[in-house]
Design a protein around this ligand. Sequence first.
Ligand SMILES: [Zn+2]
Length: 441
Amino acid sequence: MKYRFVFWISTLAIVLAWQTPAVAQDLKKGFKQLAKANYAQAHQIFESILRQDACQPLANYGLALMYSGQTSTGFDRWRAFEYIQNVPDRLVAADREILQKYTPHWEQVPPIRALIYDSLYAYWHAQVLAQDRTELYEHFLEACANTRWAPVVASAYHQRVFTEVCALDEPNAYEWFIQSFPEAEPVIQAKQERYRWAYAEACLSNKLSAYQDFVRQYPDAPQVAEAMERIALKQKYNKAFLLGKTYPAAHPLFVRVRAEHTPKAEMYMHREAYEAFSRMYEAALRDGVKLSIISGMRTFEQQAMIWNYKWSKLKGDGISRAQNIMVYSSMPGISRHHWGTDVDLNHLTNSYFDKGEGKKVYDWLLRHAREFGFYQVFDGHERAYAEERWHWSYMPVADVCLQEYLSEISYDDLRGFVGEELAPQLRVIERYVKGEGLRTE
Ligand SMILES: [Zn+2]
């Protein structure tokens, strides 16, 4: 029993001892053929070894060398890549002995491996660049993140993705790009596009808060300077100003009208409008026409007093009372007189301007007022009010106030007088302030 066991062990040892030198012999033959550039034979020998043991390191190495591009024939980078993966970086002593004898220049596995990988990446990256497809870039970058080819491919990848983002041309797409690829070269351009969009949106809403948000969110944007100007303008012509809820005697934008220009005891105008009026007054005087301001800046409170008084004198339902008042007087909060840019001159009836002194004044104004920036804004066509030959508006400032008014003021701001609830129903902002859909000529 004991002897039989020893016999089997000995037989096994002999078989192993016999087989190992046989593989070694084949490997030596294979490398010898390879050294002689007999590729077909080398291939056959190595492949036959791999059929017995697919992981045999030296047979794999031999084939990897053969296909690695180190030889003039049999170059196949993909096969070289497949074979080299079965070769450990450090070979055992017996393997090294074989290599040293037959392949003196290729005894180091890592450089050969690097060579094969590099050849593969070079080819692959060229293919990826040529095809210029997002998913191919992504695949390459995932597999080859640490290779010398990665930066080149990453750059092309970013450019491709950015081209797609530009085709979408949406603020979210630019934002996504900036967040996803903060180091990418096109980020500089993406930021500019995002600024452009954000600023366009702020301009579209044209609200003070929108410009303030823009400046806060994008302090580096080139549009910040312009946004700051808009903010300054909106702070200058704020809601209180636009609604006449100011105290002109103590407000920096208003100046008191001098006695020679008005029969009233105390009157105020917008500083710029008054400067222009003063020049117009002098010019008119030289032509023998005396202009006289009957009404200048009116506060919300003053307008509300006029409104409430007229309301109390009228009969009928709210709508008809309001409409009646608004033939010549405005609702509180929607008067251009709140801005101090508009004046009522000489007389408050149209017929006064038909003949005599009145006609002389009106003809002069029609001919010359525009030279000083003044226009008759209530001509009976442009806004829902009837014609007012006495009401003249200093447009350089009034137009700015009007634009600010239309973007900042809503019906929620028109409160504090009798019939305030009718303002939205009568669409006073659209019809009386903006003058929508009235031009009938
Ligand atoms: Zn007026």
